[in-house]
Each structure stands twice: as structure tokens, then as C-alpha cells.
Write a new protein. Sequence first.
Length: 345
Amino acid sequence: MEKIKLTQYSHGAGCGCKIAPAVLENILKSSVSSFSTKNLLVGNSTKDDAAVYDIGNGKALISTVDFFMPIVDDAFDFGKIASANAISDVYAMGGKPILATAILGWPVDKLPIELAKKVLDGAKTICNEAGIPLAGGHSIDTLEPMFGLSVNGLIDIKNLKQNSTAKNGDLIYITKKIGVGILATALKRDAIKEEHKEVLINQLTQLNKIGESFGDLPYVTAMTDITGFGLLGHLIEITEGAGLSAELNYSAVPVIDGLQEYISKMIVPDNAYRNWNSFEKKVSGIGAESFFTLCDPQTNGGLMITVSADHQNEFEGFLSRYNLSDFAKPIGQMVPKTDIVVSIK
């Protein structure tokens, strides 16, 4: 089969396809109220990663859906990445995924169906790694290729983590380096170095399985995953959800090595600008480099966690035991609410 680059068949890439935060907020405004039930523990009012429904006996169902257009050229890797990204929403709530169904859009007159099969093979590979069945799905003929999953999970309600429950004084941690949006842009423009391509694929396909274990830690007060709105956008969701502000220590933020080379050539995703336009009035202290890295749309990015400062040593020891010692350092702290939502130091 002739080598086909999937990224050349889509205008967006990965979570960079997301509608900008300010636009999405306007879309979600409606005069029609949703059906209300006391069993719905988490809906869309706090912009959280998944819906959560009380099913009784102290248990809850976690339900989420996520899909996007290709962020890499290889169909098998695309299936893996889109699946890991979707499953992450369950981990971001502290839950255990149990079942997935596929969402496939394929331009059957432009791309071979053999490539669609490889996308599904990639999805099955990640679902197998997560220990869940890919149990069905739905497909349509589309103008651009797209793929994702609807994922269900379970959690003990006492272990549920949300993005709106951080406390004043909490420390902020993340579990992956940021910058995959920049590397993905370099890949799409055929400008990526081979060593960076390997870094990109490895991070994009890495499951955030540690989130299930974070659910067991009572001193983890809030959690989300970092995706299309970038580190800044998702930190703003945490701060606004809790009615607080945050101080971010940029020098402590783990960034993928080598990004500056691409930034200097302006090989950056367009959505970094769209993200910034949505929240620039809420941020102070942005710099020439931090603008591109902190606004960079991540796909299957790491988890962002807030932790009670009294348990800093305990949590950092926990990270080290799970081979995350490189991330056992806070990148910021939650502080009382001010006019500025996030101050970058």
C-alpha cells in the first residue's frame, strides 16, 4: 500500500481539534434546561472530564466520549492515541474503566478501508492494555478521518475526584511533560526530528492509569487531565471551579526537551493562539516561551492533581513508587481568589 499520511487529510489534529474555550462556553449557554435527577453527581456545570451517575450501594457510573482527527500519520498509532485519550477521562475522575465503544468517521472515497481496520486494531491494543473490551461502536462516511471512544467506568463515590474541588493552599502537580502539540505540528509539517517523533508517539500512547490509584488517596483534592485547552486552560477550570486563584512556577513545569528549536521557527499549533485569546485576561506573567508551552493543546496529556500541602512528602513518595519521581515536585499552589486567576512566576 502506498504510504499515506493521515494528517494531510484533516484540518485539525488530536485535541487541537477542540472548539476554543470561549466559543464552547457560548455554545453551552441555553434557555433549555436539562432533565434533573439527584443521581447525576457530575454533569457539565463544572466542565469536568466525564459525567458521573450514582447507581447505588456507594458506587457510581462514569461516562465519557472523546474523538478527534489524526494527530499522527500512522493509522495504528492514531487508533492507540485516540483510545488512550478517551480512556483518560475515566482515570481523571479517579475511576476504573470497564467498557468502550468506538466512534469512527472515515472518508471511504479518499482513504483505504484497510487503514480504518488498522485504526481499530490500535484501539483494541490500548483497550487490552487498559483491561477493557472494545464492545461495539458506530461508523459514518465523513469528509475527514476521525476516531474516538465512548468509555464507561466505575468508582466508589467516596473516591470520586472532580476538577472543581481544590482547596486553598493545595499544591499542584502534573504527571507528563507538556509540548506534544508543538511536536505534532512539527510532524504534520514534516519538520520533526526522528528522536522527537519517538518521544511524541510514546507520550501520546501512554495510559494515565495512575489516576485510578489517585482515587484512593483522600488527600488528592481535585484532578483533571490536560488536553486541548493546554495546561493554562485546564488549570483555570480547576481554579474557577473551586473559587480560587493559582500561582504557577513556570521553571518547575516539566517540558519536553527540544521544543525551543521548533518555537524559534514558529512551528506551533494554531490552537495555542485560540486558547490564549480565550483566557488572556485571566492570566499574568506569561513569557515568550511559556506562552507557547502553557497554551499548547495537549492530546492525552498528563493528569493535573491538587494535593493537600500537609501530605506533600507522602504524595511525592507515592509518585516515586510508581516511577514518576521526575514529577514529584509541585508546579504551583492554590491561593485565595484575586482578579487574576493564574499568576505565572
